[in-house]
Design a protein around this ligand. Structure first.
Ligand code: HEC
Ligand code: HEC
Ligand code: HEC
Ligand code: HEC
Length: 453
């Protein structure tokens, strides 16, 4: 190995201190240096955005749920454990014997999760508190999250993903290689919820199918909700990043173009060996020459097409968000004026269904690129549903002789959080205490990647 490469590797070892804790790192690095080194370099993808600041309407739509406290865009895999540890969403330690946030929140951050599930059983794992298992998370998204330990063969270690694929009659070992490539990503980049009646285990809600309509049917049939919006009293469900589902019905999936084709290109090392670049990047267009060009004839045309799709979908989403904010507050005004469930039920269900579709489109990062047709269809339907809700609410408000609704100021994140009663300063102070007393002192080094002084 060239000397320069050794230096680069030892620098990487230094910036990812977890490496020293596990012999497996030394073995994998020696056996697969190119894959190892490119995997480790996801630590370079440190940019992220405060999405509540960029779009304060989110604070209002998620009022009552932890997402209204903090929500950042995704960044490189190396930060997964540290980001979930530091976010205000995961809060702080729970007094002994009390039930806090479920350890299921660790599921898509670390290969220590399948390890613990094997040791403890899945229900015992998810019944634990998130904070109590911080000391066990020694590795961040690593080889054995996608491979059989010690080998290059692909694997699917998470039980929720294995079960979901069995449900749709496409178990991992029956999949072709393009599907397996996407499937390893689809353990985490997929919709899920925690099953309250089974100690909060992670479940993929695909019994009826995996479109927004079918998943909604499943939740509605079970009368399932994750939280109640404090203003409108709407029982809501949070959609979570259905990249896998939406890709699976895209033109690319039909042609065998997988997540891996676009997000992990091929690279060549100094000796001329090609390998799969394990620096999983968001900018798929970086692989234009190698991948896209086979089917798309102009990079410029493709770039401009992507930009337009992104802008058009964002504009539609902003419209739906404004209407949803209004609907929540109009419903709030109706409750305040004495409305009852009988009067409100239909309008509240419209709000639930609209916000679900909007979220299914927006929580899927990159839907404008993965399946723009689906994005438009979801947002058009969400717009129809929230408009129907507002028509019903206008009638209710008229019957109750309410002539004025006080809408919140959500011109900034600060204003929006104030409107729904979030004291960010206080939350930040409490979290900081937890970070200093617990994470910094007792949790493995991967929980600090990106947060060291
Ligand atoms: C997020 C999932 C993921 C992680 C994490 C991951 N790999 Fe891979 N790896 C893949 C995929 C997908 C392929 C491509 C399989 C194919 O289509 O041939 C691959 C291919 C490989 C190959 C086959 C040769 C090549 O370059 O295509 C090796 C060797 C390999 N990985 C080693 C590693 C090592 C070592 C680590 C940990 C440092 C690692 N992988 C982490 C998903 C992953
Ligand atoms: C074990 C769960 C897991 C697996 C497997 C996984 N991811 Fe991720 N991925 C995450 C998490 C968590 C984040 C967000 C990390 C953060 O922001 O701290 C993320 C972030 C990303 C990002 C954003 C990167 C950036 O720089 O903005 C992309 C793109 C991505 N993943 C694609 C993939 C692809 C493609 C695969 C399959 C080869 C894959 N992921 C496999 C959990 C996973
Ligand atoms: C045809 C290529 C292609 C395929 C296939 C594909 N993606 Fe993407 N993906 C993109 C492009 C292009 C973007 C937008 C990147 C940008 O705007 O810079 C994107 C964006 C993303 C993002 C958002 C990154 C961020 O930081 O906001 C994630 C996460 C992601 N893809 C994961 C996946 C997963 C998981 C799969 C498979 C289930 C997949 N992608 C399949 C091309 C693809
Ligand atoms: C095997 C052929 C093939 C490859 C390789 C391929 N594409 Fe495509 N792509 C298609 C087809 C077919 C369509 C659908 C027809 C159309 O809309 O042009 C499409 C559509 C798209 C769209 C529009 C998607 C939508 O839902 O609006 C984007 C964006 C895109 N491709 C990006 C990429 C990027 C980026 C790459 C490389 C990383 C890539 N494609 C690689 C065949 C391919």
């Amino acid at each position: 190995m060239a000397l320069s490469k050794v230096c680069v590797l030892s620098l990487l070892l230094f910036s990812l201190p977890s490496v020293a804790q596990d012999d497996d790192h030394a073995t994998m690095q020696a056996k697969f240096p190119n894959q190892y080194q490119s995997w480790a370099s996801t630590v370079e993808l440190k940019q992220r955005k405060d999405l509540l600041e960029e779009n304060p309407a989110l604070v209002i739509l998620w009022a009552g749920a932890a997402y209204s406290k903090e929500y950042h865009s995704a960044r490189g895999h190396a930060f997964a454990v540290a980001d979930v540890s530091h976010t205000l969403r995961t809060g702080q330690a729970v007094p002994a014997g009390e039930q806090g946030l479920s350890a299921s929140c660790w599921t898509c951050k670390s290969p220590d999760v399948p390890r613990l599930i094997n040791q403890m059983g899945v229900e015992n794992f998810s019944a634990k508190n998130f904070a109590d298992l911080g000391t066990e998370m020694k590795n961040v998204i690593y080889c054995n999250d996608c491979h059989v330990k010690g080998s290059s063969e692909l694997a699917l270690p998470r039980p929720h993903a294995q079960k979901a694929m069995e449900k749709v009659n496409l178990p991992f070992d029956k999949q072709n290689s393009a599907m397996q490539d996407s499937q390893v990503c689809g353990q985490c980049h997929v919709t899920y919820y925690f099953r309250p009646e089974r100690s909060n285990i992670v479940n993929i809600p695909w019994i009826f199918g995996n479109t927004a309509d079918k998943i909604e049917q499943y939740y509605d049939t079970r009368r399932f909700y994750e939280w109640i919006h404090p203003i409108s009293r709407t029982p809501l469900v949070k959609a979570r990043h259905p990249e896998f589902e939406q890709w699976s019905r895209s033109p690319h999936a039909k042609l065998g173009v997988s997540c891996v084709s676009c997000h992990m290109g091929n690279s060549t090392d100094a000796e001329g060996n090609t390998f799969t670049n394990h620096k999983v990047i968001s900018q798929a267009l970086n692989n234009y020459d190698d991948v896209c060009q086979k089917c798309h004839k102009s990079k410029q045309a493709l770039t401009s097409r992507l930009d337009h799709a992104k802008a058009d979908i964002a504009a539609k989403a902003r419209t739906v968000e404004q209407l949803l904010v209004k609907a929540h507050y109009e419903a709030g005004a109706a409750w305040d004026a004495g409305a009852n469930w009988e009067m409100m039920n239909a309008a509240i269900m419209d709000i639930r269904h609209s916000q679900w579709r909007w979220d299914f489109a927006m929580s899927s990062h990159g839907l404008y690129a993965h399946n723009s047709k689906e994005a438009h269809a979801l947002l058009d339907k969400a717009n129809e549903q929230v408009t129907a809700a507002r028509t019903k609410l206008a009638e209710i408000l008229e019957n109750l002789k309410v002539t004025k609704v006080n809408y919140p100021d959500y011109s900034t994140k600060t204003a929006a959080q104030k409107a729904i009663g979030i004291n960010l300063e206080q939350l930040t102070k409490e979290k900081q205490k937890f970070i200093e007393q617990e994470i910094d002192k007792h949790w493995p080094a991967v929980s600090q990647v990106g947060y060291q002084n």
